[in-house]
Design a protein around this ligand. Sequence first.
Ligand SMILES: [Fe+2]
Ligand SMILES: [Fe+2]
Length: 195
Amino acid sequence: MPDFQIKELEPSNPEWVKAVLADFDEFLKDHADCERKASGMAMSLVAKYPDRDEILDELIHTGIEELDHFRKVFWIMRERGVPLNRKMNKDAYVDQLLKNIRGGRDQGLLDRLIIAALVENRGFERFKLIAENCKDPELVKFYDLIYKSEARHGEMFLRLALNYFDQNTVEQRYNEMVDIEGKILASLPIGPVLH
Ligand SMILES: [Fe+2]
Ligand SMILES: [Fe+2]
């Protein structure tokens, strides 16, 4: 397995985890939406690049895994009497990241895989913060499971890119995008939402 020379993400503002813990029901609704969107994102790569046989199995597997996360969040919500959002929130964070996709079929693929890796790595960082700061044992157990799963996903998207791009190219573009991701996140309001 390759060892990527990549930059760490800018750490989340400590106010973020406080905002989440102050309104966890609201956070669960957004988290559920993020999981179904993550599943959709993996499957949209399958739809856009059906000829890239080297990456299809893992993309489909990820789509299923994210949908399973959605189901697990949904079960926790139902147990707590928290309804799903009637309408899924627009995710300004992801929308702004996607604006950085360059033209060209190959470059576009690289950028989409790198954005997916960034979103997973940010999920890892934030879910881990929840697991470390939450006092509810059921939630601690759940977010521990979730953050470990997102860590695998981040690495996987970069590894998928190695089928078509050399490691240096992947690392360089990822590192460029780390700075962009940090600026996008810092520009967004803090609240009980994942981004
Ligand atoms: Fe997930
Ligand atoms: Fe994930």
